[in-house]
Design a protein around this ligand. Structure first.
Ligand code: FAD
Ligand code: SF4
Ligand code: SF4
Ligand code: SF4
Length: 399
């Protein structure tokens, strides 16, 4: 097996999740995802698809085989039950908010992700955090980076709703203990690395995994369409961009050369972005991987409705601890005041993003079985699937 296997089973099948894991682990360093690409390209010498006897890129790839059951057996000693299909296996479930006003203010929701990373850094558990910031040359382009100060982590708070091959950054990371925040596919790739008899060096350096729920990601053209098509701004005039700036749940906001801000309501972003999805994201089986030390989502289960109706809700995060290490970090963050929590049950049926994913996956499983990524459970429940727009409207009606 060689790179040709990855090409055949994942890339040619349109199943690349753009996680960047293959580029991070390749011992020959022949795979790269360039700044304007979303899939790995092989070095010119590899055009015939032969690079020896290595199988690493295919082994760690979550594009077709997410590896969730094998990872669950290793991490939890069992696989999830049918009832745990959309939550995964967890210890405790909380509603949380960052204790520090600067963190809470900078975040998309309650700031749990940022507060936990900062706490992990300040408590000496990690040397750096893998987060998503912006390309300094093109401030509308999200870009993964390793942040090694609390200020840098806080500057990268907020969700970036744009495909970025984050794990690739780990390849030459000059840190021994890295905490990462990622989406389901990225966490699945890291866990697949750990499932190997000899995990690649990159995997050994990731000592903390946080994940954020993912309804689906969006190609960069989606962001560029909002800037050029909806706000009427040339990209060269952009000096700053946030997906959720201002009053919660925030607006898509772009700053121009004169310092003026141009904004679009978040609910409009959600509908516009529907035109810029990849097949892999649409057919994605997991909202959370269920394999991170701690999983996080917005405490408001339907920010589309909140944005459209102009309701105000408490800016909070939903947080599930899964491993002993995750629980220890959360307990320590609560003890030092960086995170404020109350126990609260997480309800998958109320989460719009999760339900969009559930309905989409059920519809792909029905119509295109064999062409889509694996489910974390042996048998999917039967779902009377609703078309995405219909589901959004149904769940977003005013009570
Ligand atoms: C594509 C996408 C889809 C999402 N879908 C949902 C959903 O359906 N429902 C829901 O409740 N939440 C969803 N989220 C997550 C949500 O937007 C919040 O990020 C989450 O609730 C955490 O809030 P917080 O205030 O605790 O995080 P914050 O403290 O604001 O921190 C967020 C962290 O995530 C990192 N990050 C941002 N973008 C990315 C990215 N693309 N890949 C990896 N890391 C990133 C940031 O660098 C930061 O460290 C989605 C996020 C993304 C990127
Ligand atoms: S990981 Fe191995 S099989 Fe894949 S491209 Fe690199 S050398 Fe080739
Ligand atoms: S899903 Fe990840 S590991 Fe697989 S080909 Fe794409 S970038 Fe590489
Ligand atoms: S939808 Fe799935 S494949 Fe796409 S970014 Fe989210 S977790 Fe990854």
């Amino acid at each position: 097996m060689t790179f040709s296997e990855l090409r055949r089973s994942v890339l040619d099948a349109d199943l690349c999740a753009s996680c960047g894991a293959c580029a991070a682990v390749c011992p020959e360093n022949v795979l790269t995802i360039g700044p304007d690409q979303t899939v790995p390209l092989a070095a010119p010498g590899l055009t015939d698809g032969t690079c020896g006897t290595c199988t690493l890129c295919t082994d760690v790839c979550p594009g077709r085989d997410t590896g969730v059951p094998a990872s669950e057996r290793r991490v939890f000693g069992r696989t999830r039950t049918a009832e745990e299909r959309w939550t995964g296996i967890f210890r405790h479930s909380y509603r949380a908010r960052a204790g520090a006003p600067a963190v809470h203010g900078a975040a998309s929701a309650g700031g749990a992700a940022t507060a936990l990373l900062v706490a992990a850094l300040e408590q000496g558990r990690i040397d750096a955090a893998l987060v998503v910031g912006r390309d300094p040359e093109r401030p509308w382009v999200p870009m993964a980076r390793l942040a090694d100060t609390p200020e840098q982590i806080i500057a990268c708070a907020q969700a970036s709703y744009c495909i970025t091959p984050n794990l690739q950054v780990l390849r030459d990371a000059p840190y021994e203990r890295i905490g990462m925040v990622g989406l389901a596919c990225q966490i699945e790739a890291v866990q697949k690395m750990r499932n190997l008899p000899v995990p690649p060096p990159v995997a050994e350096r990731i000592v903390l995994t946080l994940e954020i729920g993912c309804a689906s990601n969006t190609r960069r053209e989606g962001t560029e369409h909002l800037i050029e098509g909806r706000l009427g701004l040339p990209l060269v005039d952009v000096t700053g961009m946030k997906y959720r700036a201002g009053t919660y749940p925030g607006e898509f906001t772009v700053r121009d050369r004169e310092g003026a801000e141009h904004a679009l309501p978040f609910h409009e972003l959600v509908l516009e972005f529907k035109n810029f999805k990849t097949f892999r994201c649409l057919a994605c089986p997991d909202w959370w991987s269920g394999l991170a030390d701690i999983s996080i989502a917005d405490g408001d289960p339907n920010i589309f409705r909140t944005s459209r109706e102009g309701e105000r809700t408490d800016k909070a995060s939903a947080v599930l601890t899964r491993t002993a290490e995750g629980q220890a970090l959360l307990d320590a963050a609560v003890a030092d005041g960086s995170l404020l929590v109350t126990e609260e049950v997480f309800l998958p049926e109320e989460s719009l993003g999760l339900q969009r994913k559930r309905h989409r996956y059920a519809s792909y499983a029905r119509d295109r079985a064999g062409e889509i990524p694996t489910s974390p459970v042996a048998e999917e429940e039967a779902v009377d699937t609703l078309e995405d727009g219909e589901l959004i409207e149904l769940m977003s009606r005013n009570p």
